[in-house]
Ligand binder design. Structure first.
Ligand code: GDP
Length: 366
């Protein structure tokens, strides 16, 4: 029987197929002795966290073991892609634990936005997922905004207990943890990885005081996040990096907007009105007549309408049409991973998008 090689740092089974998953080492190191995985290597040498992503089976195990732990849950979400970054089963882990909801990437939202309103809005959205956070903190991990407030809030709410930081992939959890490490740890060697109780998972733990720790849990993969089906080059264009400048379009009925070549917004009825697009400043928006839209999409995909850069990767057979009517109030049409379009009441709008992309309607953040 051949022995299964494990990382001597964290115990994860070594593999060289997936750099994002636990236990990754380059192929050339696989058969050597005393190997540590890339993640432990970076932790040891640079004091830098790299997130591993979990499959749903690992995640279920983590859920079960977290459920029985006492402590504080710190749930990091992406304020720009809230629906894409909420963990659908989080309420199963929470039990009686307190929750701090951390909305990251605030730097992407327009500066003029009312922060108090965003906070109330986040609390209401959290309720839709069965969560009732004890505190909501708005931050930008990237810009180092709100980190001190977050640390103070955690200290206040945790009541001396352990802290578990959870989040889906790409919400900026590693960026945040690295900021927290910088702030709370002076010496290098105090950060360790340890097996999480009841699982084979390795977690980063950061000491908070003599007998409690902050645990960084692996990122949970959310299959409908846009990040999983566009290329890296496309993602650079699609994912906003800095403050979004909303683009306002005055539309007549039967006009369409293309968001790059990935998604089409058909304004069907509701009189002349404005639609406001909150998407990456680098994403090109193209307006046309609805009657021309099918033809234009087919002819100009990858050219005028891009990304996608390679039209062969775009499958016109696998598009979904979501028909939306905004009824009583201003609403945001959420296009997961891409952004949102804000529409006042009384409009019929159809969204045509790849079937992996979730389209949902919510009370406007504005
Ligand atoms: P993780 O998968 O949750 O650990 O996420 P990462 O920390 O790797 O971040 C994912 C992406 O979001 C990276 O491109 C980061 O640069 C970006 N990011 C992280 N925090 C922020 C933030 O506060 N603002 C903005 N605009 N981008 C961020």
């Amino acid at each position: 029987m051949t022995e299964i090689a494990k990382c001597i740092g964290c115990g994860a089974i070594l593999q060289s197929d997936n750099p994002e998953a636990a236990g990754y080492v380059p192929q050339s190191s696989l058969n050597k002795e005393d190997v540590i995985c890339k993640r432990c290597f970076r932790l040891k040498n640079y004091n830098e966290v790299q997130d591993v992503d979990l499959t749903s089976e690992d995640f279920l195990n983590m859920l079960k073991s977290l459920h029985n732990e006492d402590g504080l849950i710190v749930n990091v979400v992406d304020v720009f892609d809230l629906e894409g970054s909420m963990i659908h089963r989080l309420k199963d882990i929470v039990g009686k634990k307190k929750v701090v909801l951390v909305a990251n990437k605030m730097d992407i939202l327009p500066k003029a936005i009312n922060k108090k309103r965003v906070e109330i809005w986040l609390r209401n959205r959290a309720k839709d997922y069965g969560l009732n956070p004890d505190e909501v903190v708005l931050i930008s991990a990237y810009k180092n905004q709100g980190i001190d407030e977050l640390l103070n809030t955690i200290e206040k709410v945790r009541e001396g207990k352990d802290v578990f930081v959870v989040g889906t992939t790409n919400v900026g959890k590693s960026t945040l943890i690295n900021k927290l490490i910088e702030k709370s740890v002076g010496e290098k060697d105090v950060i360790t990885t340890s097996h999480f109780p009841g699982t084979t998972l390795d977690m980063i733990d950061i000491p908070l005081d003599d007998d409690s720790y902050m645990f960084d849990t692996p990122g949970i993969i959310q299959s409908h996040q846009m990040t999983h089906y566009v290329t890296d080059k496309e993602l650079k264009v699609v994912m906003p990096k800095k403050e979004i400048k909303p683009k306002v379009y005055q539309l007549n009925e039967e006009q369409s907007l293309f968001l790059g070549g990935l998604v089409r917004v058909d304004y069907v009825s509701g009189g002349r009105r404005s639609l406001t697009c909150f998407v990456s400043n680098d994403l090109n928006i193209h307006r046309t007549k609805l009657s021309n839209a099918d033809d234009l999409w087919n002819r100009q995909i990858g050219e005028l309408l891009k990304p996608p850069y390679n039209p062969e990767n775009f499958d016109f057979e696998r598009l979904n049409k979501t028909e939306i009517v905004t009824e009583n109030e201003r609403q945001d049409i959420m296009i997961s991973g891409l952004g949102f379009v804000t529409v006042d009441a009384g409009a019929e709008v159809h969204i045509i998008a790849p079937e992996e992309v979730e389209v949902t309607l919510r009370t406007s953040i504005l």
